[in-house]
Design a protein around this ligand. Structure first.
Ligand code: EPZ
Length: 420
């Protein structure tokens, strides 16, 4: 298995360009199932998860061309050859479940393997299914695969008990072809929801309110093809902001949207990091004086993102003072604590709270990436730790970060990839 070897690093300096957002391009590719004509998606990151979604589209009969060097994917809809998403794809990538809403709307039925849980939580899909039922579908979730069918979807109103990103996306996509006006209440407000809605509206959908807690979708007869450039990845942006901070460096982050990283910016500035929104990008400096601790609680957007929790925790091990981090979105997203503690982080879990003592002298160790963001956090900690840190299970990282070590190396990081 491949590993990353990360050496203690001086300050990272230079420029990094952010790639397209993984969590925007995956639902947008799923949405092309709804199109009657060709779609061209731009700013696509070269990620394994994107390739898996392209395989899913080919699996239902579509023609897909991937041009990663140009960040471009062409999708040509063909007659659907199946309404079932192969189990191996769902097991490889949970986001394959986002094909269920589009298949149900386009084909009148869909069968998708239950995605199951992962290291960060049980990852239930009850809210997705609640939404499909609100649109008049008959859903059978008693077994595996899960099936949904409806001769014709009809608009409905659905309240999401939790503002689930995936459920909001799946229901929004299904509702584009449902008769009448569907209302999703307590909807997720993430930028990726807005990007998906913008793409769907370019295809002829009539969606209003994306980015707020109430989304209205007026059903239409059909959706045509469209061309769309995906938004930059706000979590990759936040990850490189923390990389600049943890190494006390000075990094210019290009092709990023400051509006999408307000919570991360605010918390970094509370610690003494300077963040400047310049014409050419976001300049992040961790070299303007000693950094201090702050507390964070992860929340749905626009709160502090759960996908930045582990990276920020790595930073808190290096600053003056104790910090408390509370994960409020997933029930088991502390797996990286054990790995950071192997590096000398001294983090304690008290109930749901992670207590980080700060100013720890981290040392290199053999650590395991337990999810893609935890893996990124371990790399960032390795940039600070004495000696060499060996990060394994890096496939997690490479599914969500395009050219992660190439971008870090360009900033001066001493990180290499070795095959075991
Ligand atoms: C999306 O996952 C992202 N993935 C995740 O990013 C991200 O962490 C998460 O949103 C939260 O922001 C993609 O977009 C592909 P949720 P998703 O449904 O949609 C509960 C990464 O690192 N819930 O908003 O699966 C669930 O248990 C990944 O890139 C239900 O109870 O997240 C969780 O506690 C990790 N019932 C909470 O909602 C449901 O039907 C948030 O989950 C669905 C969710």
């Amino acid at each position: 298995m491949a590993k990353y070897l990360v050496e203690k690093n001086g300050p990272l300096r230079g420029e990094v360009a952010i790639s397209g957002a993984k969590n925007a391009v995956l639902p947008i590719l799923a949405a092309t199932i709804l199109a009657e004509g060709p779609c061209e998606i731009l700013e696509v990151p070269a990620l394994r998860d994107v390739d898996v979604m392209c395989r899913l589209l080919r699996g239902v009969g579509f023609h897909v061309e991937e041009y990663y060097e140009e960040g471009r994917i062409l999708v040509e809809p063909r007659k659907l050859t199946t309404d079932e998403v192969p189990r191996d794809l769902v097991k490889k990538m949970r986001a394959s479940f986002l094909a269920m809403g589009p298949l149900l709307a386009k084909a009148g039925q869909a069968m998708v393997a239950a995605p199951g849980g992962c290291t960060i939580g049980a990852r239930p899909i009850d809210l997705h299914l609640k939404g499909f039922r609100a649109l008049g579908a008959t859903v059978d979730d008693g077994g595996d695969p899960i099936s949904a069918r409806a001769d014709k979807l009809t608009a409905g109103k659905v309240y999401l008990d939790f503002p689930s990103v995936g459920a909001t996306e799946n229901i929004m996509m299904a509702a584009t072809l449902a008769e009448g006006v569907t209302v999703i209440e307590n909807a997720a407000e993430e930028p990726e929801i807005v990007d998906l809605a913008n793409f769907l509206n370019k295809m002829g959908a009539k969606i209003k309110g994306a980015g707020t807690d109430t989304v209205r979708i007026e059903g239409v007869q059909a959706l045509h093809g469209a061309k769309h450039a995906v938004i930059p990845d706000r979590i990759e942006t936040g990850t490189f902001m923390v990389a600049a901070a943890i190494t006390r460096g000075d990094v210019l982050i290009k092709n990023a949207l400051p509006d999408h990283v307000k919570a991360v910016t605010a918390k970094l500035m509370e610690c003494g990091v300077t963040v400047e929104d310049l014409e050419e990008g976001i300049r992040v400096r961790g070299d303007r004086g000693p950094l201090a601790s702050t507390d964070i609680k992860t929340m749905p957007y626009p709160g502090f993102p759960t996908d930045m929790q582990s990276q920020f925790m790595a930073l808190m091990t290096t600053v003056k003072g104790t910090s408390v981090i509370v994960e409020k979105v997933f029930e088991n997203r502390y797996m990286h604590i054990g790995e950071l503690n192997r590096m000398g982080a001294g983090i304690r879990i008290e109930g749901n709270n992670a207590v980080i003592p700060g100013e720890q002298r981290l040392h290199g160790a053999q650590v395991i990436a337990t999810d893609l963001r935890a893996g990124a956090a371990l790399v960032l900690a390795g940039l600070r730790a004495e000696g060499v840190t060996e990060v394994s299970e890096i496939y997690h990282i490479e599914r969500g970060y395009a050219d992660f070590i190439g971008k870090l190396q360009a900033l001066g990081a001493k990180i290499t990839k070795v095959e075991d």
